[in-house]
Design a protein around this ligand. Sequence first.
Ligand code: SAH
Length: 219
Amino acid sequence: MENETIKYERMRDDMIKRQIEARGIKDNKVIAAMRKVPRHLFVSEALMDQAYSDYPLPIGEQQTISQPYIVAEMTAALELTKNDRVLELGTGSGYQAAILSQIVYRVYSIERIHTLLIRARKIFDKLQYHNIVIKYADGTSGWEEESPFDAIIVTAGAPDIPQFLINQLSPNGRMVIPVGDEHVQSLVRIYKDEKGIIHRTNLGGCRFVKLIGEHGWKR
Ligand code: SAH
């Protein structure tokens, strides 16, 4: 057991060095969170030894846990601070939510596949990540009752940016969302300034599973 813990700690350090720092991620909060969260617990036992490798992995239900670098890049792009409240669409394995939970005040995460949500909740309980609130729903309309959010992260590819999400961003709010067709997307960063004006930048190409729902893909 002890040896296993040390083995995975080494793999995490290696991942940070080769995949995250070497590619220019400088946000210390993101790096500290990724050094701490045991990513191998978010995949099936058979895949644990690959959990720190430089690629996405299947998590069942035809969904995937993102490549570590993508998690780092998206999290860094949100420019988070410790009092932030963040909305995530697509809980999946729960790994991205876990990373966010180490940096911000509270994470709200929505997932449309029930079995994935139940599995994620068990891991959050086990690791005592108590500041993650999850909901079983189509997240493309956001989470009105808990809005506005300081940041929103969408971890599935959308055909367009749902206006609901932009509306639920607070002034000075940041959002990252993959936008494109079903095969390839651009990672888009949205900044809503103090006056509510939207600024959009393109962070580069990416590949995500589909965001399925009323304001996403219709299956
Ligand atoms: N952030 C996840 C990545 C999961 S993959 C992780 O760290 O593991 C994307 C997830 O988005 C899938 O689990 C999929 O079921 C979910 N998803 C797709 N459309 C959704 C929607 N409209 N609302 C909520 N979740 C959605």
